[in-house]
Design a protein around this ligand. Sequence first.
Ligand code: GDP
Length: 294
Amino acid sequence: MFDNLQDKLDRAFKVLKGQGSITEINVAETMKEIRKALLDADVNYKTAKAFTDEVRQKALGQNVLTAVSPGQLLTKIMNDELAALMGGEVTELETKANPTIILIAGLNGAGKTTFAGKLALHLKGKGKKPLLVAGDMYRPAAVDQLEVLGTSVGVSVYANRDSKDPVGIALEGIAHGKQNGNNVIIIDTAGRLAIDESLMNEISEVKAKTQPHEILFVVDSMTGQDAVNTAKVFNDRLDFTGVVLTKLDGDTRGGAALSIKSVVNKPIKFIGTGEKMEALDVFYPDRMASRILG
Ligand code: GDP
């Protein structure tokens, strides 16, 4: 996918190579190519158009130094602009409150449970004492999965296999964590295969009753434009605080990273880069920009 985008950009830049200045004519052609490449990469139309309009504005009238080709200059402008679209700076997780309550939300298979384990390990490494709460009670395997992950990262897990009440489990987990001196409580929640009203009602109620400091929406980056639509629906209902893009180690669509921030206006906070517990990175907009541009 990235190769594909890079091929197209390379082709687009060929138009500019060997020319000493960036003019209206060569920019217009190039922007058309870049817009097409972004649309092919699953970036939504509005984002792609806003992006190319902005790059065009910045590129026009730039005097190209003899040492720098128009292509290089444009790459730098695009890199900066892409990074800005994805938030510009790293957005830290809010963990000052004691205990900090973090709700993990998303569809089934997005990577919520895996991310919960990864986050617990990440926070443990920062000197925190996290507790994992197994709130995905519809899928018994999810409780087992979280317990296995908790053991592997050395973090306790609160579970109640007799309960089918997501709000009840979340509240029990918080009480348990407070009693045990946990300063971060990470609540895994049940997803669904697709967005439905009962899921949205349920997670909204968990939010209302637990008053989390962070609500992290976990989404599979491989799902492209669907990822953006799902993010929008979840954000409309939950007003989440951040996005976790998983499976960026795969043959992922770059469009999700680019579009989600501009569509929901929430920062991407972490990326998942594998199935192992260590495969979690803080999201750096500039690194992602370079990656998308190849
Ligand atoms: P949940 O239903 O949202 O809780 O999703 P899971 O955490 O069970 O993850 C679904 C599948 O995706 C599992 O097989 C995970 O190992 C896998 N997975 C999760 N995150 C990543 C990631 O960043 N990269 C890869 N390659 N696989 C992942």
